[in-house]
Design a binder for this molecule. Structure first.
Ligand code: SF4
Ligand code: SF4
Length: 371
């Protein structure tokens, strides 16, 4: 791991002790489970319920579960679900409004009441994505109470990616594969156990309760080397971390037409992307006209309705919607947040039904240009 603060060592067989400790401290534990053929985060029934030996091979438009020959706990790279839905709910009611007998409207906020959740197996790219979601939903003067309520109750147990998927390119965005910030605890899985480090006071309290022996210099070095090897194994990359200027010079590039001919505008890429935060809000009135609920649902810049503005559509075709998505994510995001909106998780590549590969599109759009 890349930092030098105290590191403990948790033998492989003692992983349930970590979960039991978290449960004792009042957290429900979410971890990887197989659902509909993919690895997603769900509540674990017991502290020994983290499955071993799962792996998934990924390619453009392809995700296939398999077995890890080394029977590791965390040999799988990210599935379709990021941490995003656990903080920014895909659909929720923000407030209710009720009309009384005098016709007066009474508004009442509807707040979520999630349990304290420890999420086991968070990857570095998703920590970086969560920092971007925080920058949007928790910004000064615009703190989103619903998002904040969920985030405040999360305890993040990050895991170093030892074996990135073929679709991963977090090394080129600077966001992985070793977690460096944003976690409460971070684990690096070695054949005999885990190197464990705390990133927050909450994490340090759990680490102290575990009473681990210190990790040896050899174990810490093995974890470091594992992270470096995982970064070196990534075959996809973006050509630079700031593509703002080069992409904004290519707004009329013929590649936009070419990709638009393949893109279905299904919005899968925005649904799985851990940094996308676009949403729509709507009132859902009761049939008697006396009350309504104000709801927020995830939306996508690939949807036709998302571009409607006062009687006309600013993005009437797929070309303009794909261009909007890519140039927001990789170019104008720098104006909003001081960095790119892509953390290199590769989900938009694996979960695109027609296998559109963001890294390939960027390479075509920027060929011969200096980033
Ligand atoms: S744009 Fe694609 S690779 Fe980048 S963060 Fe979003 S889903 Fe991951
Ligand atoms: S790029 Fe792929 S996932 Fe995204 S909208 Fe187009 S077809 Fe759907």
């Amino acid at each position: 791991m890349s930092h030098t603060e105290y590191a403990g060592f948790l033998p492989l067989a003692h992983l349930p002790v970590l979960l039991a400790t978290l449960m004792e401290q009042g957290y429900s534990c979410l971890g990887p489970v197989v659902e509909n053929g993919a690895i997603v985060m769900r509540e674990l029934a017991a502290c020994d319920a983290v499955p071993r030996g799962m792996q998934a091979s990924q390619a453009p438009g392809r995700y296939q579960l398999g077995r890890d020959p080394h029977n590791r706990y965390f040999a799988w790279a990210n599935g379709p679900q990021a941490i995003k839905p656990l903080a920014f709910a895909p659909q929720e009611t923000l407030w209710n409004v009720q009309r009384d007998e005098h016709g007066k409207l009474a508004f009442e906020a509807v707040m979520p009441d999630p349990p304290r959740q420890a999420i086991i197996g968070v990857r570095a790219c998703d920590l970086a994505a969560l920092a971007l979601q925080d920058a949007h939903f928790l910004r000064d003067g615009r703190r989103d109470a619903h998002y904040a309520q969920r985030r405040d109750r999360q305890f993040l147990v990050a895991v170093q990616c030892a074996e990135p998927a073929a679709t991963c390119f977090c090394a080129s965005t600077g966001d992985g594969p070793t977690p460096t910030a944003g976690y409460d605890l971070a684990l690096a899985e070695l054949p005999e156990g885990f190197v464990v480090q705390a990133g927050t006071a909450k994490g340090a309290a759990v680490l102290s309760a575990l009473q681990l022996v210190p990790a040896t210099p050899y174990q810490i070095e093995a974890a470091n080397q594992q992270g470096q090897a995982a970064a070196a194994s990534q075959t996809r990359a973006l050509p630079g971390r700031n593509l703002r200027e080069v992409l904004m010079r290519q707004l009329e590039h013929p590649r936009w037409d070419e990709v638009a001919a393949r893109c279905l505008a299904c919005g899968n890429c925005t649904a799985v992307c851990p940094t996308c935060f676009c949403h729509a809000e709507a009132d859902v009135p009761a049939l008697d006209g006396q009350s309504s609920q104000h709801e927020r649902v995830w939306d996508s810049c690939f949807g036709e309705a998302h571009g409607h503005l006062h009687g006309f559509n600013v993005r009437p075709d797929i070309r303009s919607r794909y261009r909007q998505w890519l140039t927001h994510k990789l170019a104008t995001w720098h104006d909003q947040f001081g960095r790119s909106g892509c953390v290199g998780c590769g989900r938009c590549i694996a979960w695109c039904p027609v296998g559109i590969d963001l890294t390939e599109e960027v390479a075509a759009l920027t060929a011969g240009s200096t980033p």
